[in-house]
Each structure stands twice: as structure tokens, then as C-alpha cells.
Ligand binder design. Structure first.
Ligand code: 5GP
Ligand code: MN
Length: 346
């Protein structure tokens, strides 16, 4: 962070703090929010975590989770007041205000000092302090680094270490994605030193399925997966009925897109889901194919080069059609990405 000294001074006196994370928070967003909340509480600040929407059951073990305020769960008035009256608002795991939906303009208009801690591209200029690095694997990695830079490693306890570990573990695909650097391993080694129980965290995050979710994955793989070898692409289109049939809950579709990406010869995978508000798209790629650019250009979205998302206000059918019509435009790039990937692996 550029103005670390000024930031440090600000944190020296108790403040009213709101911490937000992007909508549909994942382990990195929620882990960072709760890790930061614990840290700031130890420094005598008055802290409230507010998320725009709820988050998966498999994150409910995180320390402090019960105190999170979910804006869209009828908490709009209370949350708005807190954001308006805050001295500081932290924005975690996003840096463009449309990622927190209706809360975006409330944050923008609040007189609070705004702090962004994030690793996504497409940063908007609204913050007073930024700790932003697109090379970082996770926001939790950045938050750890910030606390170290502030000289306060001693304040990271076991519960915080496990929140941060969860965010880094999931955003690196369990230390398998290209963002898994030496620094990432050094950070998690220290989090283990600080008490994080890695097998406990991975069990809670990954091996915590409901029967419905597992059967849904089986159904999607056998009935819904479409593979287009000529475009090195595979995708799922999931209807509202499919979700209903398997009593789908928040987070149940998470990770499904990775199965499509695991198919030999596939460089781009997508999952297109008919959610009640809109059609939501998630993209993954391997190699140099930038799904964030595709998401930004065609689906009002963004993210990282190899993991991005967007939305569509057309029907599921129309959205799938649009997606399929785009593929010929990217055909050679998708193929090239495979060839480059093969070179990297030799
Ligand atoms: P996921 O597919 O897991 O929802 O998201 C993958 C990545 O893309 C995440 O880093 C997430 O923040 C980003 N992302 C997902 N949906 C959107 C979206 O609608 N807009 C933008 N700008 N980024 C998104
Ligand atoms: Mn993240």
C-alpha cells in the first residue's frame, strides 16, 4: 500500500468500520472480510461485515460468520445506515462498485474513507487507499501481506489464519492454478505456523456436500454437459427447473465448470445458469485465452484471465445462442491456447 503510514495512523484510533465483499461471496471474499473483521476488532474498532447476497453453507464454519449482515435478506435499511455513518468502508475481493449491486452507490456516496484490497482487473477509481495487485493469487494473500506490512503478525490467530487459508486454497484451485507462486506457499506456510488446520479447512470447504448437490453434479455431467471439440470448448446450460429439481442452494453449482475444463483438449469452459434475477455466466480457461475479456465484451462482466463471469438479461436459450455464435470468432485463439499449453507442459 502506497500510503501505509497514513493508513496505519488511521487505524490507531477506534473507528466505525464497514467491511464489504462482492456479491455471491466465495471463500476468498468472505475469508478476507472475516479475517479483517477479527483483526480490526482486536484493534478496538467497531466492525460490521455486510455482504450484498448470501453465501454457501460450506463457508458457515468461518469465525465471525454469524454476525455477517446480508443486505438482500431484508437488511437494506440497517445496512444503508451503517454504510452512511461509517468512518471507513473496506471493499474486499472487488474493485468495481457494480460488483456489490445496489450497495455500490451507497458506498460511493458515503462520506467514509474507502479502502480497496483486491486482485481483480478493471479497478474503478473510488478508493482513498488501495492495496491492489492483479498478480496476487487471492485477496486473502494480500490481506495477510498488509497485516505483515503493518507489523502486526502477532494479531493473526488460528481462526483468522483458517479464514485466510481457505481463501488462498480455493482461489488457487487447491494450489494448482498458475497463480500458485512461491510467495503463496510462503504465506500458507506461515498461516499453518499461526495455527491453521489445513485438513480441517479443506474438509469443511470441499467435503461438505449435500446428497442433492452430489446428485445434481452427476445429473449435470451426464445430461447437461456439451462438448464442442472444434472450438476446444465445453459448457453446461442449467435451467431454473434443473435447480429446483435438486433443491439447489447457494454454492451448489460452484466448481461444476471445472469438470468441463478438465476434459482433454478443452481450453474454455462455461456454465450458464438461469437464475431468477438474470442469466449468470461463469467462464474458465487454460493458457492464454482471456475469458475476462470475453466476459467484459459480451456479458457485462469481468474477472481474471482464466476465471471470469458475467450476466445476461436475455433468456437462457438466447444467451446460449449468443455464446455459441461467439465461438467462431475465437476459434483460432482457443486452439492456439491449447498448443501453447502443450508447449508449456513439455
Ligand atoms: P465465478 O465464476 O467463480 O463466479 O467467478 C470467477 C471470477 O470472475 C471471480 O474472480 C469473480 O469475481 C469474477 N466474476 C464473476 N462474475 C462476475 C461479474 O458478473 N462481473 C465481473 N466483473 N466479474 C465477475
Ligand atoms: Mn479472490
Amino acid at each position: 500500500m502506497q500510503d501505509l503510514k497514513a493508513f496505519q495512523q488511521l487505524l490507531d484510533t477506534p473507528k466505525k468500520v464497514v467491511i464489504t465483499a462482492h456479491s455471491n461471496p466465495d471463500a476468498d471474499a468472505l475469508g478476507a472480510a472475516l479475517g479483517l473483521a477479527s483483526y480490526l476488532k482486536k484493534k478496538q474498532h467497531q466492525v460490521q461485515v455486510i455482504t450484498p447476497t448470501d453465501y454457501p453453507q460450506f463457508l458457515h464454519w468461518m469465525y465471525g460468520q454469524k454476525e455477517v449482515m446480508v443486505y438482500s435478506n431484508g437488511q437494506e435499511k440497517k445496512a444503508t445506515l451503517l454504510m452512511e455513518e461509517a468512518d471507513m468502508i473496506f471493499c474486499l475481493d472487488f474493485s468495481s462498485l457494480n460488483r456489490i449491486e445496489d450497495m455500490g452507490e451507497i458506498v460511493r456516496n458515503s462520506k467514509a474513507l474507502k479502502v480497496v484490497i483486491d486482485h481483480h482487473m478493471g479497478k474503478e477509481m473510488f478508493a482513498d487507499f488501495e492495496f491492489w495487485d492483479v498478480q496476487a493469487a487471492a485477496t486473502c494473500e494480500l490481506l495477510y501481506q498488509l497485516i505483515i506490512d503493518l507489523g502486526e503478525r502477532r494479531l493473526i490467530d488460528k481462526d483468522m489464519a483458517e479464514c485466510l487459508y481457505a481463501g488462498i486454497m480455493t482461489d488457487t484451485g487447491s494450489f494448482r492454478h498458475p497463480n500458485t507462486t512461491k510467495h503463496v506457499h510462503e504465506v500458507v506456510a506461515d498461516l499453518i505456523e499461526l495455527g491453521a488446520n489445513v485438513s480441517k479447512v479443506s474438509k469443511l470447504v470441499y467435503d461438505n456436500n449435500s446428497m442433492d448437490r452430489l446428485r445434481f453434479i452427476g445429473y449435470a455431467l451426464s445430461e447437461k454437459l456439451v462438448v464442442l471439440p472444434e472450438y476446444n470448448t465445453a459448457y453446461f446450460a442449467i435451467t431454473a427447473k434443473d435447480l429446483e429439481k435438486f433443491n439447489s442452494r447457494t454454492g451448489d453449482t460452484e466448481g461444476l465448470v471445472n469438470y468441463a475444463l478438465s476434459i482433454e483438449g478443452i481450453t474454455m469452459a462455461a456454465i450458464i445458469i438461469d437464475r431468477s434475477e438474470a442469466v449468470k455466466l461463469s467462464f474458465r480457461s487454460i493458457g492464454d485465452f482471456p475469458v475476462n475479456e470475453l466476459a467484459a465484451k459480451h456479458f457485462e462482466g469481468g474477472g481474471h484471465k482464466n476465471a471470469a463471469g458475467g450476466i445476461s438479461h436475455q433468456s437462457l436459450e438466447e444467451t446460449v445462442k449468443k455464446f455459441l455464435q461467439l465461438l467462431p470468432l475465437y476459434k483460432s485463439q482457443l486452439h492456439k491456447s491449447l498448443k501453447e499449453q502443450e508447449l508449456h507442459l513439455t
